[in-house]
Design a protein around this ligand. Structure first.
Ligand code: ASP
Length: 464
């Protein structure tokens, strides 16, 4: 659209003729006067068609909600008694001189102007491109953008580099099931989608990139549980030559900055964030992600908390040991001899730190075992044979032989943090194209059967 201006700037054109474009929000036909509210990504404005502009008036009578139109008209001040103080453009009105219909619209299968809470989620996800038109979703994604942008700017100013890591990779032992992707060129073998960039970020520390971060997509093939998504976004971060408390203090500084910058209406209950040991948290709150808010009715209260000193290992149902958080973590220094000797397994504490917010775990990280002995010892506790360890993590053990700094990092669940900042009940509300709890994309209709020739090429047979 040539010379089109955004509705947010319309006031600067008072008394002049200008052109705007967007969706018809509502139309109120009073016969002679026809009012149309036009909506673009920047705002809304009321327009009026008068009978003296005959062609425009006829078209104004014909347009319907969600049609896309471009409108040329004169920007006027509204008469005093018509001013609406609650609307950003409530004191102005555009007198329509010309309407161009860009596209008509079928009646949408769902109301795009309400907050959407009354609409079934299946319908919202199936027509997500319409659902996203509603102001609540526009605001959610706008805030998401602003949060990530501030985060990038902050880390950049602190000397961090954003480095991309592969999506086609190898299984990582994050504790969930991997999504696997068949290789055509290397038949019978599979890539795995990353559950997190964990190994890559550690290898970047060995590579000498001392401050790394990434807004990283992670994939975990988990059973339907709560509001998880098979793919989600993390802030992934790692730093070299740092100790646990340095990372905790740094991350706390980043979080405070982001809240103040992006959601200044929010109040952080306690700074510095309180710290609890896992034992204290369980004894006092019966949860390792306690909700410490003093007033749970206050939508603008944020109660962050650090939880530290987790046990490194826990027993599974089959009696075998597994890690509670991350197999690449380092135990607390004083417990390292136990790990190396395979003694007092339940007593070994890890350097893991989790950050919680209003009762949700929103991030977690640790100082890493920065030598082959520590990494090997962890997998030995878990019952891996030397051969298993070599086969799966040989590249890590080898890398740590070539000089590795002390390092550690964290990952945040970005979707979760943004959902909390927007007081949204689940992360689907802050993900543009979310999937159902069963992992389906209802809009694209995915997952979907592979075409026979695709399967043939991959030499894959699908059982029925
Ligand atoms: N990679 C870990 C996770 O995704 C976080 C970390 O230790 O940095 O939970």
């Amino acid at each position: 659209m040539k010379n089109r201006i955004y509705i947010k700037d319309i006031k600067e054109h008072l008394g002049k003729e200008t052109t705007i474009a967007g969706f018809v929000d509502v139309r109120r036909d009073h016969g002679k006067l026809i009012f149309i509210d036009l909506r673009d990504m920047s705002g809304k404005v009321q327009m009026v068609a008068l009978p003296n502009h005959k062609e425009a008036h006829t078209l104004a009578a014909a347009v319907r909600s969600e049609w896309v139109i471009a409108v040329t008209g004169k920007v006027n001040k509204r008469p005093e008694k018509m001013i609406n103080k609650d609307e950003p453009n409530g004191d102005i009105e555009m007198e329509i001189t010309r309407i161009e219909v860009i596209n008509k619209a079928d009646t949408p299968p769902l109301d795009v102007r309400s907050d959407g809470k009354e609409i079934g989620e299946e319908t919202r996800l199936k027509y997500r491109y319409l659902d996203l038109r509603r102001p609540r979703m526009q605001e959610n994604l706008t805030l998401r953008h602003r949060f990530i942008k501030e985060l990038r700017d902050f880390l950049d100013a602190e000397g961090f580099l954003e480095i991309e890591t592969p999506i086609l990779t190898k299984s990582t032992p994050e504790g969930a099931r991997d999504f696997i992707v068949p290789s055509r060129l290397d038949k019978g073998n599979f890539y795995a989608l990353p559950q997190s960039p964990q190994q890559y970020k550690q290898l970047l520390m060995i590579a000498g990139f001392e401050k790394y971060f990434q807004i990283a997509r992670c994939f975990r093939d988990e059973d339907t549980r709560g509001d998880r998504q098979p793919e989600f976004t993390q802030l992934d971060l790692e730093m070299a030559h740092v100790e646990r408390d340095y990372i905790i203090e740094f991350i706390e500084r980043v979080l405070i900055h982001l809240v103040q910058k992006v959601t200044p209406e929010k109040k952080i209950q306690e700074i510095p964030f309180p710290r609890l040991s896992y034992k204290e948290a369980m004894e006092k709150y019966k949860s390792d992600k306690p909700d410490l808010r003093k007033d749970k009715n206050d939508p603008n209260l944020l109660a962050f908390c650090w939880v530290v000193d987790f046990p490194f290992f826990e027993k599974m149902d089959d009696g075998k040991w597994t890690f509670t958080h991350n197999p690449f973590s380092s135990p607390k220094t004083e417990h390292r001899p136990w790990l190396l000797k395979g003694e007092r397994i339940p007593d070994i504490l890890t350097t893991q730190y989790d950050v919680t917010l209003n009762g949700f775990e929103v991030g977690g990280g640790s100082i890493r075992g920065n030598n082959p002995e520590t990494i090997e010892a962890v997998f030995r506790v878990m019952g891996y044979t030397t051969e298993d360890i070599k086969k799966n993590f040989g590249h890590m053990l080898e890398a740590y032989r070539y000089g590795a700094p002390e390092h550690g990092g964290i990952a945040w669940g970005l979707d979760r943090i943004i959902a909390i900042l927007r007081n949204e009940p689940n992360i689907r509300e802050v993900i543009a194209f979310a999937k159902t709890g069963e992992g389906r994309d209802l809009m694209m209709d995915s997952p979907f059967p592979a075409r026979p020739e695709q399967l043939k090429e991959l030499e894959i047979k699908v059982g029925k």
